[in-house]
Structure formats: C-alpha cells, structure tokens
Design a protein around this ligand. Structure first.
Ligand code: HEM
Length: 432
C-alpha cells in the first residue's frame, strides 16, 4: 500500500486491491487493448504509481520547477500531442457498434462468406458524418451525410463507405479536390462553416453540369435528416458481386432504416443547430443507451454485367441512379446498431474506412470516381493517423488473422516472428 493516499485520485475500492505490479484481475479479463481505470491507482505511462499529480517538483518553496520531475514532463508532453488532424472531409461524425446478418444465403450472387450464412452475425462499426464542417460544427446543417460501415468478417474487413444520397456531384475523381475546395469555407475568411449552399459552391456547380442531379438531392429534405436512425444509405458506385463459379454481376448497395426516412424542416434545422449542435450525435447515443437499437435493412439491385448499358445510361457513372422501377431493390439482411463506443477518440476518430477494403466475392468496377477513391482513403490516413500502421489500431484490426511481410514504420504494435520477411523464401518453407 502507498504510504499516503493519492491526493487527487479516487481511493482504490476494496475490489481493486493494489496489484503490486501485476496486471489487475479486472484488466486481465479485458481485451489487451482495453483499460479500466475504476478503482485503480494512478500511474505514469511506464506503470509507476503516482502519489500526487497536483504539484510539480520544486527546488525550495517557491521554485524553480525541476526538469527532473518525470511525471510533470510526461503529463504536459502527452497533453501537447493530444490532437491529430481531422479528416479532410467528413470530419464531424458519430458512430456505433452492432452486427449484420443476412435473411437468406446470397450464394446465388456472391461467395462472400458473411453473405452466405444466415447463422453468421458479423460485427460492424458504423460512422455517420457530415461532409463539409469541421469536427466541432453543428449536426443539422444542409449537407450530404456519410454512412460508413466496417464489417469485421471472417475473411477480412469489408468497408462499405457510402452516403445518404444515391448519386454524387462528379463523374471523375480528379475533380474531387476542386469540388471540396469550392464547398468548404472561403480560404481567406474560413467562412461559412459547415454550409453547402454558398457563393463558391454555386460558382463551381454552375460551371460543372454533371453536378445538377446531386444538387437536387442536396437542396432537398434529404440534406437535413431528422436522425441518423431515420436515414437511407447508398454505396453510390456500382460494385460487382462474384459467385463461387467466378460469374460477376453488377450491384448497387442500399440501406433502408426500419424507422423510415425522415427530415427536419429547414427553420427547425437552423434553430436546432444553434440550440444543440450535437443533435444527431446525441440522438444516436441516447437511443442506444435507452435500449433502442438503430436498425436498417440492406437492399441490393443486381444487374447482369452484359446489361451495364441497357438502361440508357452508363452504370459506371456515379451521377446517375438506377431507378427502382427498372430494377427493384431486394432486401437481403439487417444491420443492428446496439452498442455505443467506449471512447470517442480511440474508436470514432481513429477508425479508418477504405473503399478498397473488400473480401472475396465483392469487387470494384471501372467507375472513375471509385478508382480515385481507392487511392485517396489509404493515402489520407497515412497523414491523419501518423504512419502506415493504422490497421493495427484496435478499432481497425480485422478479426481475421493477419500474416504478411509488411512490417516496421512508426508505432508498430505487432511483434513479428519468423526468420524470413520476404517471398519467395525457402528458409520458412515459403510461408506466410
Ligand atoms: C473521388 C472522390 C472521393 C474522394 C477522393 C474522397 C476522399 C475522402 C477522404 C480523403 C476522406 C477522409 C478519410 C479519412 O481521413 O479517414 C473521405 C471520407 C469519407 N468519404 Fe469520401 N471521397 C470521395 C467520394 C466519396 C463518395 C462518392 C462517397 C460516398 C459514396 C464518399 C463517402 C465518404 C465517407 C462516408 C467518408 C467518411 C468515412 C468516415 O466516417 O470515417 N466519398 N473521403
């Protein structure tokens, strides 16, 4: 026992007796990356118990402060580095854990294991977001909403990184930086915050005719959803599903909220933005805390590859939608969000979605917007998350085992065994 109780830390509860350097029983029950401070002594990052965190170490009564105070140095250093860059778009978001399950096997279209077995409950982490505003901006602004789903499947992670509108502003990803510069705040004044309808946006879209369809959606009620629980989701691009025989079909992904899709009235949205900037974030969190999961059905529109041009437009063009009257949506499974994150930063901020994360049975198309996205997400995350090892962060780690020769780099967490870190090799019998 310490000689004197920690000055500003809670008293250890009887259940959490000092562990004398051993991992506490409570921590041992948790996954290695989870930590529970309840009833525990305050320590440094090196695991050393700290008796006082309120006064720096001084030479004499009135100082100066001694540089050798390692706790002071560590505490201030850690504080100084708490911020990471916010996402270049979709900076403002809220997320929840849950699971996904298919109603019947989709083996007639895809060999993806998680879509083949009705008994499989695939864990998911879903992040909803606005696109334009900074991390601290209001929720109920007029904007597109992100609907990003990470499926932790037995065959690796599949990320369905969609929006709440079925089309997009542009056809070719090379225009994306221009679109975002135009819709983000003015570079001189950084105004207006989180607003899509302003001068530079109108300037850009008036000179870019392919934006017309998406502008209709952004100026509609879809751009002011009432709740993340009452919002559609769309994969937007045409993807491909591949069956066990290798046959490919085109697919459009849809999410349909079981509560139905509802919007706010514009006046209402503006007032709420002033009164409760966290309106959507709070709604999702509180509903889940109250035991009301957010539920959506996955819908698919399936088209034979040979029919890609049959409907009078190119299915690889993300400014067009595939009318439900022509190809009905088949509802194939259910997404349930029923657990809030434990730590906003570690989960909601550090999650890294990428359209390039697919599993066998799901594939890309030549949509030039999709192709640009395949590069962009991984690239931006190297800056945002400080190096190439972000797939090892707890929220990004697949449940499927990872074995490869990618190693080293800042903040590597895995301790890789094995003598051969190259392929082909003979000394490790050709593994991994
Ligand atoms: C070429 C066009 C596009 C490019 C270059 C692009 C790029 C980006 C980038 C750099 C991020 C930040 C990612 C991060 O820091 O982790 C992002 C986020 C996101 N994008 Fe895109 N994007 C494009 C089009 C789209 C489209 C068409 C959609 C919807 C289908 C979309 C949906 C999202 C979503 C939902 C997020 C937020 C993910 C999250 O919650 O973390 N983007 N995008």
């Amino acid at each position: 026992m310490p000689k004197r109780p920690p000055k500003s830390s809670p008293k250890p509860s009887p259940a959490a007796k000092p562990t004398n350097g051993k991992r506490s029983a409570k921590d041992a029950q948790l996954e290695p990356h989870r930590e529970s401070p309840d009833g525990q002594f305050l320590t440094t990052d090196q695991g050393l118990r700290v008796a006082s965190t309120d006064d720096s170490l001084k030479a004499g009564e009135r100082g100066p402060t001694l540089l050798e105070d390692f706790h002071l140095r560590e505490k201030i250093m850690r504080f100084d580095h708490e911020r990471i860059p916010e996402r270049v778009v979709h900076a403002r978001g809220a997320a929840a854990h849950g699971h996904f399950q298919v109603y019947e096997s989709l083996s007639r279209w895809t060999k993806a294991a998680f879509l083949n077995d009705t008994a499989v409950k695939t864990p998911v982490f879903v992040r909803f977001s606005t696109v334009v505003g900074s991390r601290g901006s209001a929720d109920t602004v007029r904007d597109v909403r992100g609907f990003a789903v990470k499926f932790y499947t037995s065959e690796g992670n599949f990320d369905l990184v969609g929006n709440n509108m079925p089309v997009f502003f542009i056809q070719d990803g090379i225009k994306f930086p221009d679109l975002v510069h135009a819709v983000k705040p003015n570079p001189r004044t950084e105004m207006p915050q989180a607003a899509s309808a302003h001068d530079s946006f109108w300037d850009f879209v008036s000179l870019t005719p392919e934006t017309a369809h998406m502008v209709m959606w952004v100026m509609s009620d879809r751009a002011i959803p009432r709740s993340y629980r009452m919002m559609d989701g769309f994969g937007v691009h045409t993807f491909r599903l591949i069956d066990a025989a290798g046959k490919a079909r085109l697919v459009k992904w849809h999410w349909k909220p079981l509560l139905g899709a509802h919007a706010l009235v514009w006046e209402e949205a503006q007032q709420i933005a002033g009164k409760d900037a966290d309106y959507h974030r709070r709604d999702l969190f509180e509903a889940i805390e109250a035991g009301q999961p957010a539920e959506y059905e996955l819908g698919l529109q399936i088209v034979d590859e040979a029919d890609a041009l049959k409907y009078g437009f190119d299915m690889l063009d993300a400014t067009k939608l595939l009318p439900e009257e022509l190809v009905p949506i088949e509802r194939v499974g259910k997404l349930t969000l029923d657990r809030n994150p434990t730590n906003f930063f570690a989960e909601v901020e550090q999650v890294a979605y990428c359209v390039g994360n697919v599993v066998p049975g799901i594939d890309f198309t030549n949509d030039p917007l999709l192709q640009a996205r395949l590069f962009s997400y991984l690239d931006t995350q190297i800056t945002r998350l400080g190096g190439p090892n972000f797939a090892e962060l707890p929220i990004n780690r697949p449940i499927a085992p990872v074995h490869n020769n990618q190693h080293d780099g800042f903040a590597r967490q895995t301790i890789n065994g094995g003598a051969a870190n190259y392929l082909p090799n003979s000394i490790a019998e050709g593994f991994p």
